[in-house]
Ligand binder design. Structure first.
Ligand code: FAD
Ligand code: FES
Length: 282
């Protein structure tokens, strides 16, 4: 699943578009300043980049977009603290630095010919959106594709317009859910009210030819893994993307330890079978 980083020196990139996608989360489209770097920049969905924001510092983010050949890269960033708040203040024309890509990606080659079930909770939609579009761009290489995406409430559901378009596609299945909604849900796309594991429990997913890819907050992992195992998924075919505090991103500082492993090198994408006996991993 791994891939060597393209570079450890930040490549300058310009913010060419900023779009608010929820109260605290915005989409940033970046264009590499140097055409050669930009057009050569590629990654496997699930890998991450380190983004440096002038006068603020550096933070890891997963690409929202699939690998592109036009020198652009989309990020979807929630305002959390110092670096992300500074990024949210940046407007079109501002510059950032990009190191990477780093870490392991999703096993896109191994999954060829198989059903793929994507389970995203909250901001976990970001790397799974990149993966989804990568799979859709090579649609014939995969069997069925299902995205189940859950958010706490309607206003936290990201990329609503795009979800409406995805819901109309015949070559994939989209299932949305929100934990609660103060009002009756009448808008498009159709959305269930309840938790993501409940959505999974009620759906006709056959595990025998399927990979399950999960990305979301720790609480999601704890409740969804049992459901997947109950459906017959083997631990080899349950892939999880973990989030840890990171500093160097390249295996030098040990800030991101997951037991004896490092999230920035051995992850962020792990098989459940590799995490089972690792205390504190999930
Ligand atoms: C592989 C990876 C991919 C990521 N992808 C995305 C993404 O696509 N979009 C996005 O918005 N965020 C993503 N994150 C999280 C993002 O890196 C953090 O929100 C960011 O580093 C916070 O930096 P800050 O300086 O703004 O916050 P700080 O000022 O450093 O901290 C603010 C608060 O956030 C908490 N925090 C900081 N980093 C993390 C972390 N890694 N995990 C949990 N809590 C943290 C701190 O404990 C503190 O409470 C990703 C993290 C990793 C490791
Ligand atoms: S972030 Fe430094 S070792 Fe992983």
């Amino acid at each position: 699943m791994g891939k060597e980083p393209m570079t450890n020196i930040p490549a300058p990139a310009e913010i060419v578009e900023v779009r608010q996608v929820s109260g605290d989360t915005a989409l940033f489209r970046l264009r590499f300043w140097d055409e050669g770097t930009g057009h050569g920049f590629t990654f496997v969905p699930g890998q991450f980049v380190q983004v440096s924001v002038p006068a603020a510092g550096e933070a890891p983010f997963s690409p929202l977009s699939p690998p592109r050949s036009d020198g652009t890269l989309d990020l979807c960033v929630r305002k959390a603290g110092h670096v992300t708040s500074r990024l949210h203040k940046a407007r079109e024309g501002a510059m950032v630095g990009i190191r990477g890509p780093f870490g392991t990606g999703f096993p896109v080659a191994e999954m060829m010919g198989k059903d793929v079930l994507l389970l995203a909770g909250g901001l976990g939609i970001v790397p799974l959106h990149s993966l989804l579009w990568h799979l859709l761009e090579q649609r014939d290489a995969y069997a069925s594709i299902t995205l189940m995406y859950g958010a706490t409430e309607p206003s936290a559901l990201l990329l609503r317009e795009e979800m409406t378009a995805l819901a109309c596609r015949r070559d994939m299945r989209l299932m949305l859910t929100v934990d609660f909604s103060a009002e009756e849900w009448t808008a498009e796309p159709a959305c269930n009210i309840g938790l993501l594991p409940d959505l999974l429990r009620g759906s006709p997913i056959a595990a025998d030819n399927c990979y399950a890819i999960v990305c979301g907050p720790p609480a999601l992992y704890r409740c969804i893994i049992g459901e997947l195992q109950g459906l017959g998924f083997s631990d080899q075919r349950i892939l999880l993307s973990l989030e840890r505090r990171m500093k160097c991103g390249v295996g030098r500082c040990a800030h991101c330890a997951v037991g004896q492993m490092l999230c920035c090198i051995d992850g962020p994408v792990f098989r459940l079978s590799n995490l089972k006996d690792v205390e504190g991993a999930l």
